[in-house]
Design a protein around this ligand. Structure first.
Ligand SMILES: Nc1ncnc2c1ncn2[C@@H]1O[C@H](COP(=O)(O)OP(=O)(O)O)[C@@H](O)[C@H]1O
Ligand SMILES: O=C(CO)[C@@H](O)[C@H](O)COP(=O)(O)O
Length: 493
């Protein structure tokens, strides 16, 4: 019975699950940390992948493997396969001005408001997270580096390429840029890929790549963009020489952006909405048709099966809880306990959680603020509660934005590292105003990648019907005052 591996190369770590291809049963798993920071040398992802593979008991017996990864990161390669500069990650906000400039530029060219022009072109109004804005930043701030670009890839594309045995010539590897692959879900987050184009298969918009790099279209024709591999198509095979016996010639799946992979791992269907509390806070849903939100709150990405994945993403999620732990001096369990000891609404204490600036809404220079502090609310319990509520209010705004785009919201699934917090699980229904379903703790991005790998093995029309994990539903009376108070102060700072 063949085994498959799924990889989640996420912001904070690399996680690998090995599952039975037929049933989806978990066989073993491993993980390794990524370095901190919003600018990372991709070599660190490769190192972490190898460490995670060893922690997972090796991958020599695995028949297929696919990589889910943090979206949007800009990996620029020269003609020798060298990474030109460290990758700028999705949560790096230095390209905020570039995003604003690109909106103006496309609007001027199209003769309509820039937000409309982008929403119509690729379903997404650029913010600093989007890859195209990072390329514009590179063209402006580091023109010499921009001039050396031979290929642009995303984190999961680059890692798949390395696993397939390609890499920089300086390391004795074959720098075959034409062997770079991606998938429609991750490509849809670049800002230069129209997921709905070419009858829904998606197509690159080289004119937008050229706009980002301040060049003519003819000048970017030679830049290699990864080949977009179809959902159940093979992207090649792992090269044993590169990773010893770690990958052993496994068939490679296309891989996916992490949120699309999570949807596949959860077995999401229309009406399901995932609320993921990782480094990013993500509210996403499967949709049969593309969205184009000119407000920019919802990005019109693609899923990993050929459908769409409208999504609202905040910069401030699990790390808000980490920050609260640091401020109060407690561990995860302690923070949860304290938060649940304070009343709903924390007696008017509100945290606006823009600790890293914010992306949804687009406020890259914002900071976090605390409002309504009184003698009564000056307790660790109230602060713990305010941090949990503030983080969830940011996600509830994203959920509203999805509803405004006509997305059906029938079931909320709470996942990601932060969903392990009992306080988050219990406060979430009060804030969202509906029950939340918590699947058993797991690596749903890596699971989705594993399911994709199994799908490549079968070659069937649909992914294998793996049993989904058991869930627990958290119900509570809605506490509308939490969001009302948050809305009053959200835009004050
Ligand atoms: N029990 C817990 N309660 C709250 N947060 C937690 C808990 N366990 C882990 N986390 C947080 O989850 C985050 C990692 O989640 P993860 O989904 O793996 O993130 P990413 O995919 O962005 O790397 C960390 O910020 C960590 O502090
Ligand atoms: O930017 C987005 C989605 O648009 C983020 O969701 C990244 O894909 C990073 O994910 P995590 O590592 O936080 O899970």
């Amino acid at each position: 019975m063949p085994l498959v591996a799924g990889v989640d190369s996420s912001t904070q770590s690399c996680k690998i699950v090995v599952r039975d291809a037929a049933t989806g049963a978990l066989v073993r798993s491993g993980s390794a940390r990524h370095p901190d920071g919003t600018e990372v040398n991709p070599g660190a992802w490769w190192t972490a992948f190898q460490e995670a593979a060893i922690a997972a008991g090796g991958l020599a017996d695995v028949s297929a493997l696919a990589v889910g990864g943090q979206q949007h990161g800009m990996v620029v390669l020269d003609s020798e396969g060298e990474v030109i500069r460290p990758a700028l990650l999705w949560n790096d906000t230095r390209s905020a001005q570039a995003a604003a400039d690109l909106i103006v530029d496309l609007g001027a060219a199209a003769g309509v408001p820039g937000e409309q022009a982008w929403a119509e072109a690729v379903g997404t109004v650029p913010v600093a997270s989007i890859t195209a804005t990072k390329l514009r930043w590179l063209a402006d701030a580091e023109p010499e580096n921009a001039g050396r670009i031979a290929a642009v890839a995303l984190p999961h594309d680059w890692l798949t390429w390395r696993i397939a045995g390609f890499g920089p010539r300086s390391q004795g590897l074959e720098p075959d840029l034409a062997a770079l692959t991606t998938d429609r879900s991750d490509a849809s987050g670049t800002g230069y890929f129209d997921a709905a184009g070419s009858d829904g298969a998606g197509e690159y918009r080289r004119d937008l790549l050229a706009l980002a790099l301040r060049r003519d279209v003819a000048d970017v024709e030679s830049i290699v963009l990864p080949r977009v591999v179809a959902p159940a198509e093979s992207a090649g095979s792992g090269d044993a020489q590169v990773v010893g016996d770690a990958v052993g010639g496994a068939v490679l799946g296309a891989g996916a952006g992490d949120n699309a992979a999570a949807a596949l791992g959860l077995g999401m269907v229309t009406g399901d909405v995932a609320v993921s509390i990782g480094t990013s806070g993500v509210v996403s849903a499967i949709a049969g048709a593309p969205t184009s939100d000119v407000s920019g709150m919802v990005t019109g990405f693609a899923d990993a099966t050929g459908a769409y994945l409208p999504l609202a993403c905040t910069l401030n999620a699990s790390r808000v809880l980490d920050a609260a732990r640091a401020v109060i001096g407690v561990d995860h369990a302690g923070l949860s306990r304290l938060a649940l000891q304070a009343p709903g609404g924390a007696d008017g204490l509100v945290l606006v959680p823009y600790l890293e600036g914010e992306r949804t809404p687009n406020r890259p220079d914002a900071t976090g603020t605390v409002h309504g502090l009184t003698l009564k609310s000056s307790t660790p319990e109230h602060f713990a509660r305010a941090y949990v509520e503030g983080m969830l209010c940011g996600l509830a705004d994203g959920l509203d934005a999805l509803r405004e785009q006509g997305v059906a919201v029938e079931r909320l699934l709470l996942i990601g590292g932060g969903a392990q917090s009992e306080a988050v699980r219990r406060v979430a229904p009060e804030v969202f105003g509906m029950p939340v379903v918590v699947p058993e703790p797991g690596e749903y991005v890596a699971d989705g990648a594993a399911r994709q790998a199994a799908w490549v093995l079968t070659g069937d029309e649909n992914p294998p019907a793996w049993t989904t994990s058991s869930t627990r539903t958290y119900e509570a009376e809605a506490v509308p005052a939490i969001r009302q108070r948050y809305a009053e102060v959200r835009d004050l700072s």
